[in-house]
Design a protein around this ligand. Structure first.
Ligand code: GDP
Ligand code: IMO
Ligand code: MG
Length: 427
């Protein structure tokens, strides 16, 4: 059972970094397959805390080879500073592999991201401003720059020219900004070539050979199911496919190779940026979840919007990803509430709806139908097995499992590696 996918089941920040790191010690490769440095994955090892943006969370496990797949968008300056930051802290990053087919986030992509958001005004998406959307747009428009282009100056220059031809018209004539010089961009990008060269590889070949040799490969998603460009709350989404199918296209591995798909699911819900969020709280419960859960963005430092658990979304994630398991995180954050509301269905224009509506208009009108579950007050952060949990915490987990459509195989009771209850083994 060599290939596993681990992905966010909600709107991101579910605790993917911690879960990936936990498995990192037992797998041979950890692969990012989409997104870029819009991600912020926190890993806590002992008293050390790491915030990873572009690097797979497996980079902290010495036996594991971290891979940046073809589906990722790479900002070279961010990557190099993330690598040197880890090196300064004694982490060996020499095994990293980067796909030559991954697209590069150029300085003009970052500019276009920020300018577009500004012009959208109150209709903005609330992007992370890292150039993610414009880079994927260039990829689909076939004017993108790939990592391998850094090694052919003539091709690189032609491609940057082609990309800037249109963009400079837009920047100067529409957005009233200065044009971006081709030479300057080419020079900056060429400056990264030698530094990245040791890592660039045919990652599709490497990963498929590893699977042939029965090595264990873990695909680590960025963002989450509801931020997926196809299956999320479009247009309030990111520009890639965090859902399970994205692992195949974003790493060049066939679906027949994937044996397990693990959805990381927070015991409540959070969201950063704009867009619908039926269980969002605007009262002191929301404030308390934010405070106790430390719900502040790892990448942009924005406060996360907080709300109760939404089982409709969890069921949807099970369906579109073919989830085999859930890893429930941050159960400890819910300690202390007398009763915990859980959204079991929506009311939409007077109708009860059990499944996520495909219509954006309906979803914008969805009001949560809550069931109240009894809370607990005991500290659960030291629990090592399911039976260590108070009865009401056990019942909360069982109720979520029942509603969400896949077994909960692990439970997070704190940010540290060992603050985890393992129920079914993932490997
Ligand atoms: P990711 O983007 O999915 O990797 O998640 P983030 O790192 O953005 O946000 C998750 C936050 O919750 C981080 O600060 C983690 O250290 C923390 N965390 C993860 N699992 C748990 C847990 O079970 N309990 C608590 N209290 N914190 C957790
Ligand atoms: P991790 O991997 C939460 C959100 C942004 C915005 C939308 C589009 O840490 O879970 P983008 O910059 O991607 O074009 O922004 O997606 N977003 C995230 N929200 N966690 C993330 O990553 C996110 N990455 C992007 O806030 O709403
Ligand atoms: Mg995050």
């Amino acid at each position: 059972m060599p290939a596993l996918v681990l992905l966010g089941a909600q709107w991101g920040d579910e605790g993917k970094g911690k879960a990936t790191d936990l498995l990192g010690g037992s797998v041979d490769y950890v692969v990012r397959y989409q997104g870029g440095n819009n991600a912020g994955h926190t890993v806590v090892v002992g008293d050390q805390k790491y915030a990873l943006h572009l690097l797979p969370s497996g980079i902290l496990s010495p036996g594991c080879t971290p891979v940046i797949g073809n589906g990722v968008v790479v900002d070279p300056s961010v990557l190099l500073s993330e690598l040197s930051g880890l090196n300064e802290r004694g982490v060996d990053t020499s095994k990293l592999l980067i796909s030559g087919n991954a697209h590069i986030i150029t300085p003009y992509n970052v500019t276009v991201d920020k300018v577009t958001e500004r012009f959208l005004g109150k209709r903005k998406i609330g992007t992370t401003g890292r150039g993610i959307g414009p880079t994927y747009a260039d990829k689909i428009n076939r004017v993108g720059i790939r990592v391998q282009d850094l090694y052919d100056e003539s091709i690189l220059t032609q491609k940057v020219e082609a990309a800037l031809d249109v963009k400079n018209q837009i920047l100067t004539k529409l957005y009233n900004r200065r044009a971006i010089a081709v030479d300057q961009v080419v020079e900056e990008l060429l400056g990264y070539a030698d530094k990245l060269a040791p890592y660039v590889a045919d990652t599709v070949l490497v990963l498929n050979q590893a699977l042939e040799d029965d090595k264990v490969v873990l695909f680590e998603g960025g963002q989450g199911t509801l931020l997926d460009i196809d299956h999320g709350t479009y247009p309030f989404v990111t520009s890639s496919n965090p859902t399970a199918g994205g692992a195949c296209t974003g790493a060049g591995v066939g679906p027949t190779k994937i044996s397990r798909v693990i959805g990381i699911l927070k015991a409540y819900t959070t969201r950063v940026g704009a867009g619908p969020f039926p269980t969002e709280l605007f009262d002191e419960d929301g404030e308390a979840l934010r405070r106790i859960g430390g719900e502040r963005g790892v990448t942009t430092g924005r406060d996360r919007r907080c709300g109760w658990f939404d089982a409709v979304i969890a069921r949807y994630a099970t369906r579109v990803n073919g989830l085999t398991d859930f890893f429930l995180t941050k159960l400890d954050v819910l300690t202390g509430w007398e009763q915990i509301p859980v959204c079991v269905a929506y009311e939409i224009d007077g109708r009860r709806v059990e499944e996520l509506p495909y219509s954006q208009t309906d979803f914008h009108h969805a009001k949560p139908v809550y069931e109240m579950l009894p809370g607990w007050s005991e500290d659960i952060s030291k629990a090592k097995s399911f039976s260590d949990l108070p009865k009401n915490a056990q019942a909360y987990v069982k109720a979520l499992e029942e509603m969400s459509g896949a077994p909960i195989s692990a439970i997070g009771v704190g940010p540290g590696r060992d603050e985890t209850i393992e129920i079914n083994s993932f490997l």
